[in-house]
Design a protein around this ligand. Structure first.
Ligand code: PGA
Length: 256
């Protein structure tokens, strides 16, 4: 639970270097001074440097969409957490469902990536969530546990404060289907209880993700279990993204 809302935009494989720089400029010009919302964006890897340059001196934090566990070595196509830190990158998403389903990343690998990110001083935004089939089979909580346990095992007490968890039901990502408020509450409570087993000194920060837009965000953010959102589609449309920030600014920070 944070004392500020957290809104993260996952640009996915959209906005190459020049488009991303132009988009970042629009964000810089449009961003209000936020009193209770932290705004983070995750551009594609090749767009990180131009976006960092464009957003330098603003409060917007820039992160990667994925990260390898090793500092360097024979890992063709991967990105070192140390290189990201060198570029001034503050965080990385880890274990997004597209990585898990399209690229076969296991929960064990997600744990390794998390560890690599944390060791390099980054914040790890770890994504977990069930498929539609798993939900209808009543396996949601089991899946959350299976995905989260290896990650939590690999996180030290000292680094726990640099872990953000994102509950993203796979069936709600990019589909326009949003989880019901009660489903979100239950999943977040389940994640809280898995976190509590570790007896970290910090409380968990849990975002919801999956078809968040300006029409549904206020009621999701009003849930006491929700610290913010991880947003895909609506984060690369300037008007929608600025609306989401405005909604967060108007929403009191709930304390669970
Ligand atoms: P969406 O994506 O907001 O487009 O559903 C969320 C995500 O993939 O993180």
């Amino acid at each position: 639970m944070r004392n500020r809302h957290l809104l993260i935009g996952n640009w996915k494989m959209n906005l190459g270097p020049s488009q991303a720089a132009a988009f970042a400029l629009k964000l810089r010009e449009g961003l209000p001074k936020t009193a209770r919302t932290d705004v983070w964006v995750a551009p594609p890897t090749v767009s990180l440097a131009p976006v960092c340059a464009e957003l330098a001196g603003t409060s917007i934090v820039v992160g990667a969409q994925n990260v390898h566990w090793a500092a360097s070595g024979a890992f063709t196509g991967e990105t070192s957490p140390v290189f990201l830190a060198d570029l001034g990158i503050a965080f990385s998403l880890v274990g997004h469902s597209e990585r898990r389903t399209l690229f076969g990343e296991s929960s064990q690998q997600v744990a390794q990536r998390t560890q690599g990110a944390l060791a390099a001083g980054l914040t790890a935004v770890v994504c977990i969530g069930e498929t539609e089939g798993e939900r209808s089979a009543g396996r949601t909580e089991t899946v959350l546990e299976e995905q989260l346990s290896p990650v939590l095992e690999s996180v030290s007490r000292d680094a726990a404060g640099r872990v953000v968890l994102a509950y993203e039901p796979v069936w709600a990502i990019g589909t326009g289907k949003v989880a019901a408020l009660e489903e979100i509450r239950q999943a977040h409570r389940c994640i809280e209880s898995l976190w509590a087993r570790k007896q970290f000194t910090s409380s968990p920060v849990i975002l919801y993700g999956g078809s968040v837009n300006p029409g549904n965000f206020a009621e999701i953010l009003a849930l006491p279990e929700v610290d913010g959102a991880l947003v895909g589609g609506a984060s690369i449309k300037v008007d929608q993204w600025l609306s989401l920030i405005a909604i967060a600014e108007e929403s009191p920070v709930a304390r669970g």
